[in-house]
Design a protein around this ligand. Structure first.
Ligand SMILES: NC(=O)c1ccc[n+]([C@@H]2O[C@H](COP(=O)([O-])OP(=O)(O)OC[C@H]3O[C@@H](n4cnc5c(N)ncnc54)[C@H](O)[C@@H]3O)[C@@H](O)[C@H]2O)c1
Length: 393
């Protein structure tokens, strides 16, 4: 399951860069939600010489303690029943938290932490609904603290290259973009039920991996504002007992518990007259719903999808253009990243907290991603196109 096997998750931060970091004052960090992805946060923080992970909290009693023990860390406080108790513990003198909770629990700890004056690195997707994201941004604005969203694919040199190509004008004016990705069978149930139950996940493939596809292109295009969306979602695979095993400890098949989407598609109008055609699947009777393509008046860019969609560039990209009247293709070889994407996600967040610089993945950009996800869900439920209106922050 590709999201959980992001390339580069566990590679080490380059030590020559680490040597230049001031360690006079260590950033005191807590982890909220000690499940699967929290381990990647912990490992990346451990590689930073100017960070001390001092606490962790989980709603499940004993889970935070067991998590740190499993990762060989003993000198942290974990006796908290929720994020609130940990953030209320003034003896911790927390500077920052990583919020690694399931989607439905993204907003509450984020707002609470910011109100306590603590910087936040929040896992993707931003939230489940647009209103929740707006609440987070209002708390961010009021607090003046850093709120960064956990999109590590943005750190990838190949991803940065897509943005550079668009900005270079090589493609001319962009008018149509197709993005998305998929898995033939990739509902993330091997990792429990928090991704598929509505009261924990709130959104399925659409939010889980759809947010990556949207970020790949929205970021490259300079984050144009979404105007309208006509969306569709379905759950044919998730709800079918034929494709389902038994959920450990739940006494039910996953298909009985499945309460989110496993496929979504949409037609989105963006500011500047750009059309965005989107499709995403955790499961389908197809290998891929297609590569990402960006069509411009001077050239077109093809970004190969990964076989099991995880938000990264799946192979050499190709620009289709004309040279002196001849139609040609330019192949851009894959760039190998020296540093792990997850390590860079943590390092850039730590730097923003320490230096008072903007969040590496700012909410002012990801709000458009969230508005589209929210618009697709609303449109699918209403069965018609909807307008996207982003409230005043
Ligand atoms: N960036 C990535 O590559 C990546 C990969 C996997 C997951 N994620 C994201 O990370 C989030 C968590 O995913 P996961 O796989 O670790 O889920 P998980 O279910 O394994 O862990 C979530 C944990 O949070 C705890 N929790 C929930 N609300 C809490 C609260 N208010 N206070 C304290 N603890 C709380 C739960 O008890 C659970 O142990 C999801 O939003 C997911 O989309 C990101």
């Amino acid at each position: 399951m590709a999201d959980k096997s992001m390339e580069g998750l566990n590679t080490f931060t380059d030590q020559t860069e680490a040597a230049a970091i001031s360690t006079d004052k260590k950033l005191r960090v807590g982890i909220i939600g000690c499940g699967w992805i929290a381990a990647s946060h912990l490992k990346a923080y451990q590689k930073q010489p100017d960070v001390e992970v001092v606490a962790g909290a989980d709603l499940i009693p004993g889970k935070a303690k067991a998590f740190f023990e499993k990762n060989g860390v003993t000198d942290v406080k974990t006796d908290y029943a929720s994020h609130k108790e940990m953030l209320d513990d003034e003896s911790l003198q927390l500077d920052a938290v990583s919020i690694c909770t399931y989607n439905r629990q993204h907003m509450e700890p984020t707002v609470y932490a910011l109100k306590k004056g603590v910087h936040v690195l929040l896992e993707k997707p931003f939230t489940v609904t647009l209103d929740e994201a707006v609440e987070c941004m209002r708390a961010e604005k009021e607090s003046g603290k850093v709120l960064s969203i956990g999109f590590q694919p943005r750190m990838d040199a190949n991803m940065k290259q897509i943005k550079k190509i668009v900005e270079s004008g090589e493609l001319g004016d962009i008018y149509y973009v197709q993005t998305g990705g998929g898995r033939r069978r990739g509902i993330p149930t091997p990792f429990g039920t928090t991704f598929i139950e509505n009261d924990t996940a709130g959104v399925g493939a659409l939010g889980d991996i759809g947010c990556y596809s949207l970020d790949m292109v929205l970021n490259a295009l300079g984050n144009p504002k979404p105007l309208t969306v006509s969306g569709y979602k379905s759950d044919f695979f998730g709800k079918d007992p034929k494709y389902s095993g038994y959920a450990k400890g739940k006494g039910e098949k996953y298909s009985k518990l499945f309460g989110v989407d496993d496929f979504a598609a949409a037609f989105i109008r963006l500011e500047g007259g750009i059309i965005l055609d989107f499709r995403i699947a955790w499961a389908m009777n197809m290998d891929t719903p297609g590569d990402t393509i960006i069509l411009g008046t001077k050239g077109g860019l093809r970004i190969p999808s990964t076989e099991c969609w995880n938000g990264s560039v799946g192979g050499p990209m190709k620009i289709y253009h004309e040279v002196a009247g001849q139609q040609v293709e330019t192949v851009l070889p894959i760039i190998n990243e020296k540093n792990g994407l997850f390590d860079m996600k943590i390092r850039t967040f730590v730097d923003a907290c320490k230096n008072g610089t903007p969040a590496p993945v700012p909410t002012s950009e990801i709000i458009y991603n969230q508005a589209i996800l929210d618009g697709i869900a609303r449109s699918a439920e209403l069965g018609r196109e909807v307008e996207i209106v982003i409230p005043e922050i």
